[in-house]
Design a protein around this ligand. Sequence first.
Ligand code: SF4
Length: 443
Amino acid sequence: MEAVEILEERKVSIGRGKEGAGIRCDKNSVSGSVSQRACVYCGARVVLNPITDAFHIVHGPIGCASYTWDIRGSLSSGSELYRQSFSTDLREEDIVFGGTEKLTRAIDEAAEQYHPRLIFIYATCIVGVIGDDVEAVCRAAEKRHAIRVIPVKSPGFSGNKSFGYRMACNAIMELIRPHALPVGNAGRGVNILGDFNLAGEIWIIANYLKALGIPVVSTVTGDASYETLIRAPGAKLNLVQCAGSMTYLARRMEEEMGIPYIKVSFFGIGDTSSSLLRIAEALGDEPAREKAEAFCRKQEAALQPLVERYLPHLRGKKAAVYVGGGFKAISLIRQFTSLGMETVVVGTQTGQKEDYEIIGSLVGDDAVVLDDATPAELASFMREKGADILVGGVKERPLAYKLGIAFCDHNHERKHALAGYEGTAHFMREIHLSMNSPVWQFL
Ligand code: SF4
């Protein structure tokens, strides 16, 4: 396979080694370049869909509603309502005459049959084109049914996936703002922002915090419900895990509610331990910090024999990483380094300048760093660098398999946890089995 010819406008989004720190990022995709990113609506849905007792109505053609729980396997300890997908199924006639009546009927039917306390209405591309007044419909429905009906302004063409995250965060703020405490009334405990409870990961992290005596006030949005979300303004500290989607919400909560935030990561032994210690320190909770030190030492020691078992199978291998946010990419680079592996290609869909600065400082001089990659670019660089495994999501999986490269799903569809100490054990096992599978010799 020959090296791909990079579009002139894309060259500034790709760098080698330390140059990666200064690549163009956080911008709309280049026209004519096939992006691996999803649209604005998908970005918003990805954040809000895990709210378990919310009713999610997609106002648009039925195709947009194909984004369902099935491709976002977050788990619930309560309601299963979020696993349904509802659409106004806009047709040609609705495009001509407007879709607000249909939307009103859909909300009324949902409210009368299912009695949810919270409904999200997602505006898709066509709604942005025909100009349905979704906000007015939501306001009227809130009065009629005495529940929250919140518009999510997410026409697919109105920006990039990051903009969709922002629209979802605005919807969450609209929900929780009426429950804010007066600024200066410091709450207790923490909110976990940007964990979507894939394979129950939020329960793993909450258990660690419980062991340190730190209460979890609310989770945004994994395993969340209307009742737990409105408690979020009562926390003392926000923990931002998926920085790409949740830093905006954390900043707004800091500015408008006085709740500070720190970024944390629970991918890999080092990042898990340092995050737990930093949380206790940020809370100014000395007993929790002492407990964290002992807890982390114990967990690390328990995992060490497994690390030693996998190390000989992993050492010297080369990894490519293409994930949603920059913070996860950083954790993965550190995790691979700790396992004796080299990250030779690394990219993200929504990484920020500060993420790429860290990435540039972590990778080797010749590693390829790229933002908003096309499949052709990814394939070409993985071949050039001789990657043994690609870590990515659903859209990257076929790419790896077509190239005969091992793959590890680190995104929405997986069924096993990759966070925390338990997740690290799963991760080592998965990448070992995938890279060292005998199947590759038959290619
Ligand atoms: S909102 Fe637009 S880009 Fe997104 S899925 Fe619907 S039609 Fe496609």
